[in-house]
Design a protein around this ligand. Structure first.
Ligand code: ZN
Length: 222
């Protein structure tokens, strides 16, 4: 247990570097978490710590109700939302939250990102959906994420007037979804400036999604 937890702490700390590297965050506003395999626990960023100061040691461990179990600092203010997702979606091993600019601009309009690029079909299997408006402080953000993503192919949801939450089988997959969500949000936005993007046929979306997910599905924990 201790060595697994040590590994997860390192993984979550390392993955936080991808957020500023991919220009998904400003200041401290974005976080990555991972489920501790076999335990009702998650590892997440502490609240208010800048990305350059993140280390495996200052990551915090919480239970799936968002209560602090281990750590010196208080957990991210988004911990309740992450915890709710792990509690209600047992297949999820990683969660990421950002306010990345283009994807959040779509969320401000309450508009789903349409499936108009093969990359969207590959990674998201259709449009990237919008979740409900929800206030921080109880489980309403978590509930909105789960209700939108449960039974949906997309690993990303645009929470209305707020930002992006992504899920994955592990934290790395959730970070990848967050990076790709911002990238396609930007491309489709730019496409919209010069015309109307052309939708992809449902059958082609299905074929692209099946191929991509199978190719990548054979490699464990990439
Ligand atoms: Zn937020």
């Amino acid at each position: 247990m201790t060595s697994v937890l040590k590994e997860i702490r390192k993984q979550v700390a390392d993955l936080h570097a991808e957020l500023p590297r991919n220009e998904l965050v400003v200041w401290t506003a974005g976080n990555v978490s991972a489920r501790v395999p076999g335990e009702d626990l998650l590892v997440i960023k502490p609240s208010g710590v800048r990305y350059a100061e993140i280390t495996p040691e200052n990551m915090v461990v919480c239970d799936l109700d968002g209560n602090l179990v281990e750590g010196e600092l208080s957990p991210s203010s988004d911990t309740a939302a992450h915890a709710y997702v792990y509690k209600h979606m047992p297949e999820v091993g990683g969660v990421v939250h950002t306010h990345s600019t283009y994807a959040t601009a779509w969320s401000a309009r309450g508009e789903a990102i349409p499936c108009v690029l093969t990359m969207i079909a590959d990674e998201f299997g259709g449009e990237i959906p919008v979740g409900p408006f929800a206030l921080i402080g109880d489980d309403s953000i978590g509930r909105g994420i789960v209700e939108t993503l449960r039974g949906h192919r997309s690993p990303a949801v645009l929470m209305r007037n707020h930002g992006v939450f992504t899920i994955g089988r592990d934290a790395k997959a959730a970070v990848k979804a967050a990076v790709m969500c911002e990238d396609v949000a930007r491309t489709v936005h730019i496409s919209r400036q010069i015309g109307e993007p052309v939708p992809i046929d449902r059958a082609d979306i299905d074929a692209l999604y099946a191929r991509y997910q199978n190719v990548y599905g054979q490699e464990p924990a990439k």
